[in-house]
Design a protein around this ligand. Structure first.
Ligand code: SF4
Length: 399
């Protein structure tokens, strides 16, 4: 079979297969570009099953570009809570504001304008242009690169930008006339359901297996070639769950992260990054041995909040992995200014940490809090957005 015929076979069979089996997903209800845009952003790094309930809630709450543009950022983040990669939500809202200001709330049928929106990369541009407007633009993500690497037995490293560019050209050349939206979704669907990363289901379910070069050469498990990314850098952090007293009884102390950077504007339990020479403790020492660590948290919180915080006992350890950082966290229960549990240990460790132990007794508990701190009760969890890690720990705490 000639190369041209192999290509045509691929496009024709794949499209026919998709039109028969395509899943009934909420973002496929119509071709509204805003709906496509939201779904494509949510689906980045996230499984379809996970996205569906989030998508439905999000579209109910923000049914139009303008509704999203006008919403308070906290509400948008709250709707995204648990999905991770929160910069996606912030960028999506920034993009919605651009569309509202420049295009009167209507996503433009123009590749350059769509590509210029905040948070919209080449893949999302291709997905919006093809699915919403049926323009013959490729939409190449990891799934599509895997499928095409296998079908055409391409051995270039898909982690390299140059490989992506050449696969985009190839994908564009395969789009059947007038069927860009369905064809791109067919490619994604094949990658998601059949030509999966670890166990490609070539036989009997793949519609293009007859001419798939990797399968014919027995290389479907070797492809695609992808150099491994560096493992995330470990960071050791200590956190406190500070129980309120007096008018704040039954509440805990939380703080809002800065407006930019990792998890921007999300809420969290106060914590500190351990210096490198202390970091090994989390791995090497049992929680109870760590009076010095507890003293450091107390000191940091005192400097930041003006409150005297007394770490009392270990609560739990937890991990969170971002794409480039691995947080290894130890959580302590803490009280305001009263002696209990770890206090003696804390007091002696305080000298080491540069805090005069006797000075500790001079601190007064005040209500003066830095503006990014807040006392919250269980009911506030309904409105403030927390990253998954803190959500989990706080739920465990309230329980
Ligand atoms: S035959 Fe196998 S390797 Fe080839 S495209 Fe189909 S599932 Fe993927």
């Amino acid at each position: 079979m000639e190369r041209q015929e192999v290509n045509e076979f691929f496009s024709t069979e794949l499209l026919a297969w998709y039109r028969q089996i395509k899943r009934d997903l909420p973002w496929r209800m119509n071709r509204d570009p805003y709906r496509v845009w939201v779904s494509e952003i949510m689906l980045q790094q996230t499984r379809v099953d996970t996205v569906i309930p989030y998508y439905n809630t999000f579209m109910n709450k923000f049914p139009t570009v303008k509704a999203l543009a006008e919403a308070p950022e906290t509400e948008v983040l709250k709707c995204w809570e648990g999905l991770g990669y929160y910069s996606r939500a912030r960028n999506l809202q920034a993009g919605a504001r651009e569309v509202t200001e420049r295009y009167d709330g209507i996503v433009p049928d123009d590749k350059a304008s769509v590509a210029g929106l905040k948070g919209v990369g080449p893949y999302t541009t291709g997905a919006i242009m093809s699915i919403a407007f049926n323009r013959p633009e490729p939409a190449v993500d990891g799934n599509v690169m895997r499928v095409l690497s296998r079908y055409f037995c391409l051995e270039d490293d898909i982690a390299k930008p140059s490989t992506r560019v050449s696969i985009e050209k190839l994908a564009a050349s395969l789009i059947p006339e007038g069927a860009a939206g369905d064809f791109n979704q067919a490619l994604m669907e094949l990658g998601a359901l059949v030509c999966t990363p670890k166990s490609p289901g070539c036989l009997p379910s793949c519609p293009v297996m007859e001419h798939c070069t990797a399968r014919l050469e027995g290389k479907e498990h070797e492809l695609p070639v992808k150099t491994k990314a560096k493992p995330p850098r470990p960071e050791f952090r200590a956190a406190a769950i500070v129980a309120g007293s007096g008018e704040h009884a039954g509440k805990v102390l939380v703080r809002q992260r800065p407006a930019t950077g990792l998890l921007a504007q999300m809420w969290e339990l106060p914590h500190l990054l351990l210096p490198k020479d202390k970091a090994g403790w989390l791995a090497e020492h049992a929680p109870k041995e760590q009076g010095e660590l507890a003293a450091m948290i107390g000191q940091m919180l005192e400097e930041d909040t003006g409150l005297l915080i007394r770490p009392r006992s270990w609560f739990t350890d937890a991990d969170h992995i971002f794409s480039h950082i691995h947080w290894k966290m130890r959580f302590y229960l803490a009280d305001l200014g009263e002696a209990s549990g770890m206090l003696e240990e804390v007091a002696s460790a305080a000298e080491y940490a540069g805090i005069a132990a006797e000075a500790a007794s001079e601190y007064n508990v005040t209500d003066k809090l830095a503006s990014h701190y807040r006392w919250i009760g269980l009911e506030d969890m309904e409105t403030l957005p927390f990253p998954n890690l803190f959500l989990r720990i706080l739920k465990q705490y309230w329980e």
